[in-house]
Design a binder for this molecule. Structure first.
Ligand code: ARG
Length: 463
């Protein structure tokens, strides 16, 4: 160990010398211990293959197999002692294996390098995360379907520019998120399919002179095939980036929903009430219920986006094949995956518990002349008026209602006819928020019957 006072730069700020600094910057065991199960699975597959092709004796392979199982149970049981001096999970496992079984442990690393080893471990880990995200997304879709089904015909304001635009149904709004999450699932599934090739056997970068069987290890680990180029196999982190991209889009969707929950739960809106489980009281303002979980779902998005930018930045300047820079991939992906899974769980909980207030939503839906477009459309449909003119007439009717301080449907037929004498009393059938949403029956529209069809379609798809 170098004299810690020898380098003025480290002086009092770092109470350790250059060797310790090197160990600290170089070691990844503090975080890559999360890859223990994958590392051991990869080593087991590798050892079994080495024996099958005659590179290892069956005895040695058996000793390695049992030793690895013992190491795994030590790790699971929390008795394993991780050492920073041993740098990473690969060396920690191998070193402990040596202590347990002796000489055969030294043969495990034949025809392998930590470069292909870490690529396998991390791919397996990210693959599991794709599956976990898929499962969590289905759970959230189910919660949203439950909301949509209950409120297929609850009317609420639909917004553009966050200004009341046209009435929509609660069910329709919920189903918009079901669609988004469906695309998210597709992205995770797609990324998973592409990443499901095995880097094992690429060795350090060039392949190996040993007669290994890469098909066999690929199959054993559930990969579709071995990766076709060894340089690519050890230098590729696209799989992690694709995961982060899918996670970013998904987190963005969750953040938008969270933002709506924050808005809808304000005293001004009161469209929904979040359950006690997902909100907190203020320590000094007794009237308050804060949507903390929704706010944190919204905020976690930053970490996921950040991870994506960080890893893209790490990778962008790297020559082929492996560089130690790539060790920085893991914390980003771990943090993004944890954040996403937590956000999904919190959102599912919030949506399961959420108590919408159909009366409040309905009252708000009628405010602000939200059915003006229906009136204009009616003038076109029933009276053959050009849309531009209908828009103008409707504008005049809205102005009239506004000066009288009433809603469009409260104007009398006489008052309307003063604005335009072609108006007849069947106009009242299109005014009012229920008529408005019921009339929007075009495919994908907000009409309750359309919403129910979509709910049924998704229920069928989710099984
Ligand atoms: N801990 C390293 C990582 O995460 C493992 C690979 C190390 N390879 C090497 N040649 N030093 O990337």
């Amino acid at each position: 160990m170098a004299d810690k006072t020898a380098n003025a730069m480290w002086g009092g700020r770092f109470a350790f010398g250059p060797d310790a600094v090197m160990e600290a910057i170089n070691a990844s065991i503090g975080f890559d211990q999360r890859l223990a199960a994958q590392d051991i699975a990869g080593s087991r597959a590798h050892a079994a293959m080495l024996a099958a092709v005659g590179i290892l004796s069956d005895r040695d392979a058996e000793a390695i197999r049992e030793g690895l199982l013992a190491v795994m149970s030590e790790i699971e049981g929390g008795t394993f002692r991780f050492s920073t001096a041993l740098e990473d999970i690969h060396m920690n496992v191998e070193s402990r294996l040596g202590e347990l079984i002796g000489e055969p442990a030294k043969r495990l690393h034949t025809a392998r390098s930590r470069n292909d080893q870490v690529a396998v471990d991390f791919r397996l880990w990210v693959r599991d995360q794709c599956d976990a995200a898929e499962g969590a997304l289905v759970a959230l879709q189910r919660a949203l379907l439950g909301q949509a089904e209950r409120g297929a015909d609850w009317v609420m304001p639909g917004f553009t520019h966050l200004q009341s635009a046209q009435p929509v149904t609660w069910g329709h709004h919920m189903m918009a998120y079901v669609e988004m999450l469906g695309r998210d699932r597709g992205r995770f599934a797609d990324a998973r399919r592409r990443m499901n090739e095995s880097p094992l056997g690429a060795a350090a970068l060039a392949g190996t002179s040993f007669p290994i069987d890469r098909e066999r290890t690929a199959r054993e680990l559930g990969f579709d095939r071995p990766m076709a180029n060894s340089l690519d196999a050890v230098s590729d982190r696209d799989f992690a980036l694709e995961f982060l991209s899918a996670a970013s889009l998904c987190a963005m969707h969750l953040s938008r929903l969270a933002e709506e929950l924050v808005i809808w739960s304000t005293a001004q809106f009161r469209f929904v009430r979040l359950s006690d489980r997902f909100s907190t009281g203020s320590s000094i303002m007794p009237q308050k219920r804060n949507p903390d979980a929704a706010e944190l779902v919204r905020a976690k998005t930053g970490r996921v986006f950040g991870a994506s930018v960080a890893l893209l930045t790490i990778m962008k300047g790297l020559p082929l094949a492996y560089s130690k820079d790539m060790q920085e991939d893991k914390e980003q992906v771990f943090d993004a995956a944890d954040s996403l899974m937590l956000a999904l769980a919190a959102t599912t909980g919030m949506m399961e518990d959420l108590q919408p207030d159909p009366e409040r939503m309905r009252a708000a839906a009628g405010a602000g002349f939200a059915t003006a477009t229906d009136l204009a459309d009616w003038l076109v449909r029933a009276k053959g008026m050009p849309f531009r003119e209908a828009h103008h007439v409707t504008g005049a009717l809205v102005a009239l209602a506004e000066t009288k301080g009433v809603d469009l449907s409260d104007l009398s037929l006489g008052e309307m006819r003063e604005v335009h004498d072609g108006i007849t009393d069947d106009v009242f059938a299109v005014l009012g928020v229920d008529n408005s949403v019921r009339s929007r029956t075009s495919f994908g529209g907000t009409a309750p019957e359309r919403v129910r069809e979509q709910v049924a379609r998704w229920r069928e798809m989710l099984g």
